[in-house]
Design a protein. Structure first.
Length: 358
């Protein structure tokens, strides 16, 4: 492939080609995104964060247990890089996902734990597992062993790595020859989507990602300015007593009137979220947003960076993905027509077709 700049629409074409080339029996993970515009916005004067000089999209919700289970069933029959950990099943505060079978024939299923866990955010995911999920999404959700075509290259060149801070988003996905279509958001991408609103609060940044400077409540439902965190009582139970057998995660989007300006949900509370930010002296990655066992202070834009060893997950950490910006109405129509054409092509012609765009 050449090194020509690849437009967002062309990147979508390449992603569509990969998606339509998947065997018809494979289930596709669909991630809702919101468009983040206002290109070149000023940073938050309090933190100097949030300025982004390009368009992008961000997951409307955190990656869910149901979506991650599809990922595991696609690439983890032999779980080479520990994408599944036992706590996803055994920790009843967040479970989860159950695994059955033996290596080479592992299968995964969504657990029932105070109701179905499918639409709750996945936790106990390390930064490296989140990066492998992003690679898989960028590679058109390819099935098979955990290798370069599935989890080890794409948005990030991992090649078996399980530790370190030197990994950053690739400019080009070597599997497609185009810019990666999914990645872990940068700190500024994450922060802008959470707190920015033109003209809001005097400096265009809210204190909380619920479009508010007032302290939020924590009642699940349709009231405004609510989130899943500890406000004297736990959100899900509305009880101040902790139980090791209680599921404390809320379904993504359950606080239905507490979205950010751009339309993301749960960027405050529910689970902390990985970013690509590094804290070199601590050999850590930045996590943002607070969780179900946080105080309201940790949901604030003014909260200093919180760090976590990228090789480990916890019951309080999940992630969401960023992606190429959604196309304009004209671009979307063109991509849709192209997708329909791809459906009528032989799979062997897809590579040549996409090469003609690049």
């Amino acid at each position: 492939m050449s090194n020509k700049t690849v437009s967002p629409v062309v990147a979508l074409v390449v992603a569509a080609c990969a998606l339509f080339s998947m065997p018809e029996s494979e289930a596709a993970v669909l991630i809702d995104t919101v468009y983040i515009g206002n290109v070149g916005n000023a940073p938050d004067p309090t933190t100097t964060l949030g300025s982004v000089n390009y368009e992008y999209s961000l997951g409307k919700y955190e990656v869910t247990i149901g979506q991650y289970t599809e990922f595991l069933n696609s690439v983890a029959k032999i779980d080479t890089y520990s994408l599944f950990v036992a706590d996803m099943d055994s920790n009843l505060n967040i479970a989860g996902i159950a695994r059955s079978g033996s290596s080479g024939n592992f299968s995964y299923s969504v657990k029932t734990n105070s109701g179905s866990s499918a639409n709750r955010p996945v936790t106990f995911v390390s930064w490296f597992s989140a990066a492998r999920f992003a690679n898989w999404m960028s590679n058109g959700q390819a099935s098979g062993a955990q290798g370069n075509a599935t989890t080890e290259n794409g948005a990030y060149t991992l090649n078996g790595a399980m530790s370190g801070l030197s990994f950053s988003k690739n400019a080009v996905n070597p599997n497609t020859g185009a810019a990666p279509t999914w990645w872990i958001p940068s700190v500024n991408e994450w922060y802008k989507a959470a707190y920015y609103e033109p003209g809001a609060s005097g400096d265009s940044y809210w204190l909380y990602p619920t479009r508010n400077d007032a302290d939020p409540g924590n009642v699940v439902g349709t009231s405004e300015n609510q989130a899943n965190f500890v406000n004297a009582v736990y959100s899900v139970t509305q009880n101040g007593s902790y139980s090791s057998t209680q599921n404390y995660l809320s379904s993504v989007g359950a606080f239905s009137s507490s979205e950010s300006y751009f339309g993301t949900f749960d960027q405050g509370g529910n689970v902390w979220e990985w970013t690509d930010g590094t804290i070199i002296p601590l050999a850590a990655r930045e996590i943002r947003g607070g969780s179900w066992d946080s105080t309201e202070f940790e949901l604030r834009s003014s909260n200093i960076a919180t760090n976590k060893d990228p090789i480990s997950g916890s019951q309080s950490i999940g992630f969401r993905l960023a992606s190429i910006p959604e196309p304009s109405a004209v671009g979307l129509f063109a991509v849709t027509l192209l997708g329909l054409a791809i459906l009528n092509w032989r799979r062997g012609q897809c590579s040549a077709a996409t090469d003609s765009f690049l």
